[in-house]
Design a protein around this ligand. Structure first.
Ligand SMILES: [Zn+2]
Length: 378
């Protein structure tokens, strides 16, 4: 559980001081910030969810909390088959066009056959015709999928290039999740967040520190960067902060080097909170400097068998906590860290970009039912 702290509402105090003491000129340079209560009325987009059932629990909660969603199909064996994920996404988008958009994916099956590229391009063509706004490539590329010779296939393999060219020509986005958090290559005791410690303790097969025969963290990042070097016109959305979640300096260097990219924040705010607990001003400066390149996302999912009420409760709690971190100056606890976390209190204009403006611009605003979002008061 995350507990909300007791810091007072600074914007109100600021306003009163300004008014009473006629210091309006001095105060006018202080950017306006949101409160925790503003969560309920500000229009927001979560660009990284996975809805793997036809149920509408996550969508219903999104409407309640003024969220629009991008559900992302993934070539992940624990999810339903890709064709089933796509069918669910298309049906849900048709039923909820103002709330939901979707990103397609493609299978690595048949990689060794000569017509693999043509087959993938045909599938993506059909997905785009059905409204897909982006294409996801997952960490199986680089970390598990092997060709007929037993060689790990990395994301910079030239065989992908015709597929990436097709995505670019159709003005769609490539969403890339390559590698893992840096913690994955560290001993458990050196990991920065509790969720990584628990996950890799339970899944030693994915804990790369125990598998030195596999590509290193830097090799994963270098393969992704070589792919971007070769495809500079491709619009790329680095999922999970492009796996550079451990350092805002390193992520800043990536964003500077690749101007045609954005990153989403999904499931990595714990690592950011770890950094802001060491230097809040530095992390806040990063968010303000790169305010046009950051997309809010969570990695929330709705899977077969999930209890709808639990899905709604978990989504609401996660969205609210993240809002407190990014938009307010509250102090609160998060499960990822043992120490309390202080909110970044980002300016309203920055919060609006991260929560909706950047996603609308980047994905071409596929969500279109303004009546759902007309209650916003600001
Ligand atoms: Zn995900």
């Amino acid at each position: 559980m995350r507990d909300i702290g007791i810091m007072k509402n600074l914007p109100l105090r600021r306003f009163l001081v300004c008014g009473w003491l006629a210091l309006a000129a001095a105060c006018s340079t202080t950017p306006r910030t949101f409160t925790a209560e503003d969560f309920a009325k500000v229009d927001k987009i979560d660009v990284h969810v996975h809805i793997n059932t036809p149920g509408s629990a996550l969508i219903d909660q999104a409407e309640t909390d003024h969220f629009r969603l991008l559900t992302i199909n993934v070539d992940y064996p624990d999810f339903p088959p890709i064709a089933e994920q796509a069918r669910i996404a298309r049906e849900l988008v048709a039923r909820h066009p103002g709330v939901l958009a979707y990103a397609a994916t493609f299978s690595m099956n048949g990689w060794d056959k000569p017509d693999w590229q043509q087959h993938v391009i045909q599938e993506l063509d059909a997905a785009f015709a059905d409204g897909a706004v982006a294409v996801k490539v997952w960490k199986n590329i680089g970390m598990s999928f092997r060709d007929a010779n037993g060689r790990l296939v990395m994301i910079d393999d030239p065989k992908f290039d015709p597929v990436f060219d097709f995505i670019r020509e159709r003005h769609k986005i490539l969403i890339g999740h390559q590698g893992e958090p840096l913690n994955c290559w560290l001993p458990i005791a050196d990991m920065t967040v509790n969720n990584d410690k628990e996950y890799f303790k339970e899944h030693p097969q994915y804990h790369m520190y125990l598998h030195p025969e596999m590509p290193s963290y830097e090799q994963q990042m270098a393969a992704r960067d070589r792919m971007l070097d070769r495809n500079p016109q491709l619009k790329f959305d680095g999922a999970h902060m492009a796996s550079l979640e451990w350092s805002v300096d390193r992520l800043a260097a990536f964003l500077d080097r690749y101007p045609n990219t954005v990153v989403d924040l999904a499931a990595r705010l714990g690592q950011v909170e770890f950094q802001s607990n060491q230097d809040l001003a530095k992390v806040r400066r990063f968010f303000i400097r790169y305010q046009d390149r950051l997309l809010y996302g969570t990695d929330l999912s709705q899977d077969p068998g999930d209890d709808p009420q639990e899905v709604r409760r978990d989504a609401h709690a996660a969205w609210l906590h993240d809002w407190q971190y990014l938009a307010t100056g509250l102090t609160f606890r998060v499960p990822e860290l043992d120490a309390p976390v202080h909110g970044l209190s980002l300016p309203e204009s920055v919060v609006r970009k991260i929560y909706s403006g950047n996603a609308e611009r980047w994905f071409g605003n596929p969500w279109h039912a303004p009546e759902l979002h007309s209650q916003e008061s600001k």
